[in-house]
Design a protein around this ligand. Structure first.
Ligand code: NAD
Length: 368
């Protein structure tokens, strides 16, 4: 089993990674539970595949599990479901020192983590992520949130989990499209500051997506180590270090907004295309070589992730996409920090990007 420490000051925890961990979840969680009952929040898809396994695992550790099964999908990250989770946790008589369990993808992790941050002014929670995206990214680092009519993830809290259990075998039941979308976040760690890991992705990405368990476990461990290092250095995104994790997200969120945060473009697909656009824009500004940008495009294409804006078939202008960026939650006193690249593994935060130039670049990309 790989064990990766997340050294958050005052709230350190471990990420444990091992195939088959879901069958031993009860044993791993037991030392974190003060009672012989645990409240678990999940969604209907995850429950259909894994509720039985996890219930049995807690039972064999002497813990009775109580389940709240929510509808699957991004729309569950809402005020309505937040209230439902909070009310249910209160009904379960969860106390501040208890740990509840978020069992699912990024939607369940973000929603349940946010609910935990407010129940009894903050109870503990354990993340058991079941999508690749959640295993390599959202379950680690303590960002929790819901979406509101004003935008995605605009209401939330920093609330760190007490433990994260990532079982690569959980991905056996995950649809390929979701696995691929999560893989975009794996590539991201290579592009941020680890060129050898990007090379590893080029060599192993297809194998991972085909279900190779050692490639999955290696990618999760490498990604979690990178994320742990970054969030330990800048837990609340105040020092400009954690912001690096947003590579591809400014372009990606604009595309997600234009496609209505729908199945037309999953979050990870938006990030993949966003990273391509960040690379191509960096090349246009003369910061990065065209060859490096092309290498990124080639890898996205090789693994079946979106790599061209034109192929999305949007009927809007570059200006409209740039305008979506103005509603980005990373706006800082009227300027939008942008993540650009000086090469593969050389991402940096640029604060002086001209949105008119972004709009004209996007116009060109939309036409192909
Ligand atoms: P998700 O939670 O909606 O899961 C994707 C789909 O897979 C859902 O239909 C779900 O029911 C299903 N599913 C989950 N696990 C499964 C399994 N093992 N087998 C079969 N089906 C399964 O989406 P996601 O991609 O995991 O997460 C996206 C969310 O994560 C977004 O809301 C995004 O904002 C958030 N996010 C948060 C952070 C953070 O740091 N908190 C980082 C990145 C993304």
């Amino acid at each position: 089993m790989a064990v990766i420490p997340v050294a958050i000051a005052g709230a350190p925890y471990e990420v444990r990674i091992e195939a088959g961990l879901l069958s031993n979840a009860g044993e791993h969680c037991r030392p974190f539970l003060r009672k012989d009952r645990v409240a678990i929040v999940t969604d209907a898809n995850v429950a259909a595949h894994w509720q039985e396994t996890v219930t049995a695992s807690f039972a064999s550790a002497g813990v009775q599990s109580e389940w709240l099964v929510l509808p699957a999908g991004e729309s569950t990250k809402s005020w309505e479901h937040l209230a439902r989770v909070v009310d249910w946790l209160l009904l379960q008589e969860v106390e501040r020192k208890d740990n509840i369990v978020a069992f699912g993808g990024g939607v369940i992790g973000d929603l349940t983590g946010f609910a935990a941050s407010m129940v009894k002014r903050g109870c503990g929670f354990i993340q058991i992520p079941t999508t690749l995206l959640a295993q390599v990214d959202s379950s680690v680092g303590g960002k929790t949130a819901i979406n509101t009519p004003a935008g995605k993830n605009l209401v939330g809290a920093f609330h760190q989990p007490s433990l994260v259990l990532a079982d690569p075998s959980a991905l056996d039941t995950l649809p390929l499209r979701d696995t691929r979308a999560g893989y975009a976040e794996v590539i991201k760690y290579g592009l941020i500051d680890d060129a050898p890991f990007f090379e590893w992705c080029e060599a192993n990405g297809a194998k991972l997506l085909a279900g190779d368990s050692s490639a999955r476990a290696a990618a999760i461990a490498q990604s979690v180590s990178a994320k742990a290092r970054i969030v330990a250095a800048d837990e609340k995104e105040t020092a400009g270090v954690r912001a690096l994790l947003n590579l591809g997200h400014t372009f990606g969120h604009a595309l997600e907004a234009e496609t209505g945060f729908s199945d037309r473009l999953l979050h990870g697909e938006g990030v993949a295309l966003g990273m391509v656009l960040a690379a191509r824009f960096s090349a246009r500004l003369g910061l990065m070589s065209g060859q490096d940008a092309q290498r990124i495009v080639a890898h996205m294409e090789a693994v079946g992730l979106p790599a061209s804006l034109r192929s999305l078939g949007l009927e809007c202008s570059g200006r409209r996409l740039a305008d979506h960026m103005l509603h980005d939650k990373k706006m800082d006193a009227g300027t939008l920090p942008f993540l650009l690249m000086r090469g593969i593994g050389k991402t940096f935060l640029a604060k002086d990007v001209d949105l008119d130039e972004v709009a004209s670049f996007l116009d060109k990309e939309l036409r192909g």
